[in-house]
Write a protein that binds this ligand. Structure first.
Ligand SMILES: Nc1ncnc2c1ncn2[C@@H]1O[C@H](COP(=O)(O)OP(=O)(O)OP(=O)(O)O)[C@@H](O)[C@H]1O
Ligand SMILES: [Mg+2]
Length: 363
């Protein structure tokens, strides 16, 4: 599974770029501000329907233009081709899959499983429980058929219950939302618990490989007391939730704790080690996806290799090559990226928003 064509128009500094990536390692190299991340932002839009950078929705549109366009061709495991397209204006977004307009970005994510490690991933992973839950749920979204529908149902019921709490409606009116929250929430919690065990084992193996034998351990805290059902917890919490105006228990309050060599990652690890730990977790998910569904995802590493020393960089790229997933890596220098021995490596040079395939790339 790989992106065989990428066309980006009017995305930040990139006026127009047409790229034919390889199905192995793709190195995007160029000076600061040349447009490397913008190119990856285009791929991110094809997989998630949105940019990965914070800011107003219109910001990625090239200054002076009214909309941006990204088009791609995703080749599936059985050799099928799926055309993906995203058009974004300040006020609109249009998503197309094989020429059909789709309502939600979920349709893109279902086609193109995208695993992204970006400049702020390490920070978000350490500081945001919501982000950590999202990392886990990425795995469920792609592996568990029932996850997405249950998750959407849960989110809707949560919004409704919170609105009813804030409107100080009679407590009995909360019951229908609580039934849905309990049913969908317990289901998702079960899926999460089932995913965590193999993920934790693989993440530990990856941390040993990438971090000279150091061990990661995952600890899961579900979002309500262990001894109680979610239904009971919600009904017991009604008065307090009503006073505070929001739902304090549920899967939206769960958290993933990561320990390195027995101590919390945030407290004990250097910045580079934190990044390697995040990479170990992400690569473990990539492998788990392949093991459970036979699907290969697209891996993007923006500004990651620059943070690693030569040996770790080499071991990361060797491991990625072994996984055999299509990978996009950005770097300001090509040095240190040729050590992988990746046979199907392609290099793209970016200069002031223009992208040039290196001549040695076999087209
Ligand atoms: N809406 C926009 N229109 C035009 N140019 C923009 C817009 N938004 C950002 N830019 C420019 O695009 C460039 C951003 O490029 P990008 O972040 O892709 O660079 P990069 O190659 O990843 O750099 P770095 O190595 O520093 O990460 C910057 O020069 C920025 O000024
Ligand atoms: Mg960048």
């Amino acid at each position: 599974m790989a992106l065989t064509l990428l066309e980006v128009s009017n995305l930040r500094i990139v006026k127009h770029a047409l790229v034919h990536p390889g199905d192995g390692l793709n190195v995007i190299v160029g000076p600061n501000g040349s447009g490397k991340s913008s190119l990856l932002e285009g791929i991110h839009m094809l997989g998630m329907g949105r940019s990965f950078r914070p800011g107003p929705v219109g910001q990625p549109i090239r200054r002076g233009e009214t909309s941006l366009n990204v088009r791609g061709c995703w080749c599936t495991e059985d050799g099928g081709q799926i055309a993906l397209g995203v058009e974004r204006g300040p006020e609109h977004r249009r998503i197309r899959v094989n020429g059909n307009t789709c309502d939600s970005a979920g349709s893109l994510a279902q086609v193109l499983p995208l695993q992204a490690v970006l400049p702020d991933t390490r920070y978000l992973f350490l500081h945001s429980a919501r982000f950590r839950r999202g990392v886990l749920d990425w795995g469920l979204f792609h592996v568990e058929r029932t996850f997405y529908e249950a998750w959407m149902r849960y989110q809707r019921a949560l919004r409704q219950r919170n609105a009813a709490l804030r409107a100080a409606q009679p407590l009995a009116t909360l019951e229908p939302w609580e039934q849905t929250l309990a049913e969908a929430g317990e289901h998702i919690e079960g899926l999460r618990a089932r995913y965590l065990e193999p993920w934790g084992m693989l993440a530990m193996q990856y941390s040993e490989i990438l971090m000279s034998g150091m061990q990661l351990r995952l600890e899961w805290r579900r979002g309500w007391p262990e001894a109680q059902s979610l239904a009971d917890t919600l009904s017991r919490d009604r008065e307090r939730d009503c006073r505070e105006g929001y739902t304090r228990a549920g899967i939206h309050r769960a958290d993933l704790q990561v320990h390195l060599q027995g101590a919390p990652l945030r407290e004990c690890a250097s910045l580079g080690q934190q990044m390697l730990a995040v990479l170990a977790l992400r690569l473990a998910q990539v492998e788990l996806l392949m093991q459970t569904s036979g699907r290969r995802c697209l891996l993007m590493l923006d500004d990651v290799v620059n943070q690693l020393d030569r040996d770790r960089r080499a071991s990361l790229l060797a491991r990625v090559a072994q996984l055999g997933v299509q990978t996009f890596v950005t770097a300001t220098e090509i040095g240190g990226l040729e050590t992988t021995g990746s046979p199907n490596r392609r290099v793209f040079h970016v200069e002031q928003g223009r992208v040039f395939a290196e001549e040695a790339n076999e087209e």
